[in-house]
Design a protein around this ligand. Structure first.
Ligand code: FEO
Length: 164
């Protein structure tokens, strides 16, 4: 069984993961609006991964005989100043999500909830990847600066991302 405290924290995390999906879908639409279809593709794939993260938490609550309760998903921004600005926001957001997952991990360790600790390890590893992938694109965009050829090349690269 899950404690009420952990159940509440995971329910909040389900909402945060779905909000992440909404944020990245909004970023995808922003990239479409500035004709960067490869960037838009990358963000669409990311949005789908986030729904997958929410579902992993959902199943954990159900398997531990807890109760999933869904809440309203807040509206994300719809426009950014530049591709760099959007990816900087994505990176900051992933750092925030890492902090939330770490907080649940601390809670689970304190309560000796080893099943939740075990499940969270997947998310801890995933966050390393999420921070790395968003920050790598931030760094590439900084390198590119105002070079439109470079931006075009990166757009082509990001168009290759597929759902895992
Ligand atoms: Fe589900 Fe990007 O963290």
């Amino acid at each position: 069984m899950l404690s009420k405290k952990i159940e509440n924290a995971i329910n909040k995390q389900i909402n945060a993961e779905l909000w992440s999906a909404y944020l990245y879908l909004s970023m995808s639409a922003y990239f479409e609006s500035i004709n960067l279809g490869g960037f838009a593709n990358w963000m669409r794939v990311q949005a789908q991964e986030e729904v997958g993260h929410a579902m992993k938490f959902y199943h954990h609550v159900i398997e531990r005989r807890g109760r999933v309760t869904v809440a309203a998903i807040a509206a994300p921004s719809v426009i950014w100043k530049s591709p760099l600005n959007a990816f900087e926001d994505a990176f900051k957001h992933e750092q925030k999500v890492t902090g939330m997952i770490n907080d649940i991990a601390t809670m689970a360790a304190t309560e000796k909830d080893y099943a939740t600790t075990d499940r969270l390890q997947w998310f801890i590893d995933e966050q390393v990847e999420e921070e790395l992938s968003t920050d790598t694109i931030v760094q590439k965009l900084k390198m590119i600066g105002t070079n439109t050829g470079g931006l075009y090349m990166l757009d082509r690269e990001l168009s290759q991302r597929k759902i895992k």
